[in-house]
Design a protein around this ligand. Structure first.
Ligand code: ARG
Length: 461
């Protein structure tokens, strides 16, 4: 038997099968079920408070909704494509279950404000999950930073050896990025935390309702001020997709780096076998596929952000069915980032840094050259001149194939009389690290403090 449509009153023909499957959203929006029911319970409470339904009807509605939710969660509920979406599936099941009272639930409500509400609730909760996953990853990075404190690696700019840094300092750079990601999510949630319920289809209602009451029940900080905006606003989806894109981009940068670092040339890191995969033809291979997929999935997340912006750019106010597509984008973006965060946290925990290889790499590329220029500055040489002098010294080292520390004092002095015996205290990777002074630098004392700071902060929340 064909399902009767809740909106079927003015129709004389059955919906074409192809139209049903083309317009349905239940295959993906069933995920909103918990929030849909949470919203409906709040709505029923408000209707009773405003005497639009009786206490008895309210109780029947709430009991029915709770039973439906239990059935959904235990996999017993049958979602029907012919009932389009999660909202109509649940409402129809409620009516089937409790009869007349169920027919009153949609009083002073439209699917337009209902879906806007569900999405806000979903995003608010999802953002919390992402935030806690970010914290888990941050903790792993800090743990590594602590475990490998003292290891020195070449810091890169342009992917060329630049200046030596502590591995811990490098790791904490990502902790900072992820902290900004959390702040961004927080900010996005603060803005979305207003209830659209009460906007109904687009213009509000003639019935005596109390939207402030539902807003409060659902933990919102206020009500959307304009009913047309309330049902057409998906800015929060775009913002959330942007927050997720930024996270994905950060993860991808780390992935890219570590893919390079675990190759045979560099061998800066060793990822546990449990987090790598092999080749079906080359028996010797151990590949960083997890990192490559984290990098690759990033494109998918950016794609969803672009899809959402494109989806909205031509939409007149207020609700348009196009908006149904928002969920596909936002769900997949969230799923993708969540799995990437989870797997990366484990991978970080199961990766070791190869101090010897890193130190060996530090021997190459004159990474103490800047320290030598600053040594000259301390001796009174203007920086631009110091830069020029050290450039020439480096050129000489390349010619005779030696490191800066290999040069004899007389050779140094042939380039600048300002250079004295104490120059050797400025040169060499370890001295460089020891001599850093500025706030936020890789100075060991500063990095150590920062590790303690993060340990405390991350264990709090
Ligand atoms: N499934 C729809 C969506 O996801 C729900 C809202 C439908 N509203 C409507 N007037 N057809 O956007």
């Amino acid at each position: 038997m064909k399902q009767k449509k809740p909106w079927g009153g003015r129709f004389t023909k059955q919906t074409a099968a192809l139209v049903e499957s083309f317009t349905e959203s239940i295959s993906f929006d069933w995920r909103l079920c918990q929030h849909d029911i949470e919203g409906s319970i709040a709505h029923a409470n408000m209707l009773a408070k405003c005497k639009l339904i009786t206490e008895k009807e309210k109780d029947a509605i709430i009991k029915g909704l709770k039973e439906i939710l239990a059935e959904i969660l235990t996999g017993k509920f049958e979602f029907k494509e012919s009932l389009e979406d999660v909202h109509m599936n649940i409402e129809s099941a409620l009516i089937e279950r409790i009869g007349e009272a169920g027919k009153k639930l949609h009083t002073a409500r439209s699917r337009n404000d209902q879906v806007a509400l569900d999405l806000r609730l979903w995003t608010r909760e999802q953002a919390r999950t992402v935030k806690s996953l970010l914290t888990v990853l941050q903790k792993e990075l800090v743990k590594k930073g602590k475990a490998f404190f003292g290891l020195i690696m070449p810091g890169f700019t342009h992917l060329q050896h630049a200046q030596p840094v502590l591995v811990s300092h490098y790791l904490l750079a990502y902790v900072e990025m992820l902290e900004r990601d959390k702040a961004r999510l927080q900010d996005c949630c603060a803005r979305l935390n207003k209830s659209p319920l009460g906007a109904c289809a687009l213009a509000g209602t003639t019935l005596p309702t109390d939207p402030a009451f539902t807003a409060k029940l659902l933990g919102f900080e206020g009500i959307c001020e304009n009913s047309m905006d309330a049902v057409s606003d998906r800015d929060f989806c775009v913002e959330y997709a942007f927050c997720l894109s930024m996270i994905a981009m950060h993860l991808s940068r780390l992935a890219e780096e570590w893919i390079i670092w675990c190759n045979d040339e560099m061998k800066f890191i060793e990822i546990s076998d449990a987090y790598c995969t092999g080749s079906s033809i080359m028996p010797q291979k151990k590949n960083p596929d997890v990192l490559e997929l984290i990098r690759g999935k990033c494109g998918r997340v950016f794609g969803h952000l672009t899809a959402l912006l494109t989806l909205l750019k031509g939409l007149p106010l207020s609700y348009n069915r196009d908006m149904q597509e928002d969920k596909i984008a936002i769900f997949d973006a969230a799923d993708t980032v969540q799995t990437s965060l989870s797997v990366l946290a484990e991978l970080v925990a199961n990766t070791n840094f190869n101090g010897e290889q890193m130190m060996h790499a530090c021997e190459k590329g004159f990474i103490d050259a800047t320290a030598l220029a600053e040594y000259l500055v301390k001796k009174g040489v203007p920086f631009r001149m110091a830069h020029e002098i050290v450039g020439k010294i480096v050129r000489e080292c390349i010619r005779v194939q030696c490191k800066l520390t290999d040069l004899r004092l007389e050779s140094f002095q042939a380039f600048s009389s300002a250079i004295e015996k104490d120059v050797y205290k400025a040169l060499g990777v370890e001295n460089c690290i020891k001599n850093y002074k500025s706030y936020g630098s890789t100075a060991p004392g500063f990095v150590k403090k920062r590790i303690t700071y993060w340990e405390k902060k991350l264990n709090k929340g």
